[in-house]
Design a protein around this ligand. Structure first.
Ligand SMILES: C=C(O[C@@H]1C=C(C(=O)O)C=C[C@H]1O)C(=O)O
Ligand SMILES: [Mg+2]
Length: 462
């Protein structure tokens, strides 16, 4: 695939519809050429945030990903290419292919991968082992600067025409949006926990027994909660709202068929820019205090408790070991910091590296995922325990959601996430079980982790 870019000039239209019309006009002047990525882009001034616009375009296939530092937001509408596999062995190759296909361009893929190569079965039929799309139309905000782009790519002339029609349809949808004032989110009809506290206690005791027997040191066990709502769930509207509240997490919603995988994760799997890599260990949790003093006391416990330090350090050590063979330089083990979220706080350690020149994004992914933060340690034993004991299919929960560009990629660990289908939503949360874990305490931690998603989807429930 060859790449051609049309760079924007100044003095051009600035509103979203005007800019789209101008880009559409530029495409009209382009000759159809099979299997060539043609990207046209222009700066735009938006009256609303990119996530609000995504939330308003209910008829379109949409994908969103916003980094947790709020410096980069990508909203994709429709797609001009899709790379997917249901074969876990091919996930790394798909990631490498995605990066190669946009070499020399500013285009970015949006998508994700399942936990530990899970295939798209049962509830997760729309979400295979890995799936990334190149959006047909995108809105991008980088450090406060917004642009609109069209990524044209077609295998045949008929497909080229179909893409043009899809762009026109989207433009029609945007122009028909009466007002972007936030819609009212559906209310809750019923909540069903697919595991009871009694069953959870048994599951944790079982894991602790395996830890005592030397089977593994840590396993991350998770829970699924099913919500039944009064109307179809609207994760895009919910995330647009979280974004307005400056939620300090990655925000993502990825549509496949009629289903949406979405979340607001505090955790980075990695950020790669050329040969620079930044990753982290984020594990070990206490709740937020009701006032400053209690919060500080809880923070001290997070940094000092033997159980919590062990739970965290297993992750940091495993990340260092995984990166060693891939890195020319690796940051030394650093001091443990604390990330404060609305309901909970986590121990955090940044890890950075200069990668060997031959290391690909696929290799990085395979070496780091799944980390002991969401699987356990050692990985193979923890994975087997999860496969044999968890009460549900993880699918993309605790997989990754992210973006892949030519020179950079950023992946969040897809926790604090859920799957929405019609008026049903399944939410997921997990906890690290290590020696010293207490089943009821861990259950409470699961509840706190679910709370952000519950607050987001059901803001009127209180
Ligand atoms: C697995 C999840 O979170 C992970 C588990 C943590 C813990 O047990 O302390 C903390 C952060 C994450 O690494 C989740 O939120 O679902
Ligand atoms: Mg924990």
């Amino acid at each position: 695939m060859s790449v051609q870019s049309t760079v924007s000039t100044s003095g051009t239209p600035s509103g979203l519809l005007e800019v789209l019309a101008e880009l559409r006009e530029r495409l009209r002047g382009e000759k159809y050429c099979a299997q060539r990525l043609l990207r046209v882009s222009l700066p735009v001034e938006l009256d609303n945030t990119p996530l609000e616009i995504a939330a308003a375009c209910r008829e379109s296939e949409r994908q969103i990903f916003a980094t947790r530092d709020n410096k980069f937001t990508l909203v994709g509408f429709g797609h001009s290419r899709r790379l997917s596999t249901n074969n876990a062995e091919q996930t790394a190759a798909i990631l490498d292919q995605a990066q190669q296909l946009v070499a020399g361009s500013d285009a970015c893929w949006l998508g994700g991968c399942s936990f530990a190569g899970n295939t798209g079965v049962g509830r997760w039929q729309e979400f295979p082992a890995a799936c990334f799309v190149l959006p047909l139309v995108e809105l991008r905000e980088t450090n406060g600067f917004c642009e609109v782009a069209i990524n044209m790519y077609a295998e045949s002339y008929a497909q080229w025409q179909t893409r043009l029609e899809a762009i026109d349809q989207l433009v029609g949808e945007i122009s028909a949006i009466p007002s972007l004032a936030g819609s009212r989110l559906p209310a809750l009809v019923a909540r069903r926990d697919t595991i009871s506290l009694r069953e959870w206690r048994e599951l944790v005791m079982n894991a602790l027994e395996a830890i005592r027997g030397g089977g593994f040191k840590k396993v991350v066990l998770a829970r699924e909660v099913e919500l039944c709502l009064t109307a179809p769930a609207d994760p895009f509207a919910a995330l647009a709202q979280l974004d307005r509240q400056h939620n300090p997490g990655y925000l993502f919603a990825l549509t496949s068929g009629k289903d949406h995988f979405f979340g607001c994760s505090p955790e980075r799997l990695f950020k790669q820019k050329g040969h620079q890599l930044v990753t982290e260990a984020l594990a070990g949790t206490v709740r937020r205090g009701l006032d400053g003093d209690e919060d500080a006391a809880l923070e001290s416990r997070l940094i000092q408790s033997r159980k919590l330090v062990h739970e965290h350090q297993l992750v940091a050590d495993a990340i260092h070991s995984a990166l060693c063979p891939l890195a020319l330089q690796l940051s030394p083990v650093s001091d443990v910091g604390v990330v404060k979220l609305r309901h909970i706080q986590h121990s955090y350690q940044k890890v950075s590296a200069i990668l060997r020149p031959d290391v690909s994004i696929g290799q990085l992914f395979s070496s780091l995922h799944p980390t002991p933060a969401i699987c356990g340690y050692p990985s193979a034993q923890a994975k087997a325990f999860i496969r044999d004991h968890e009460h549900f299919q993880r699918g993309w929960y605790s997989g990754v959601a992210g973006v892949i560009g030519a020179e950079h990629a950023e992946f969040s660990v897809a926790i604090r996430s859920g799957l929405a289908r019609g008026d049903k939503v399944w939410l997921y949360s997990g906890v690290g079980i290590v020696r010293g874990s207490n089943p009821v305490g861990e259950w409470r931690e699961l509840e706190s982790k679910l709370q952000v998603m519950l607050d987001t989807l059901l803001p009127h429930a209180h």
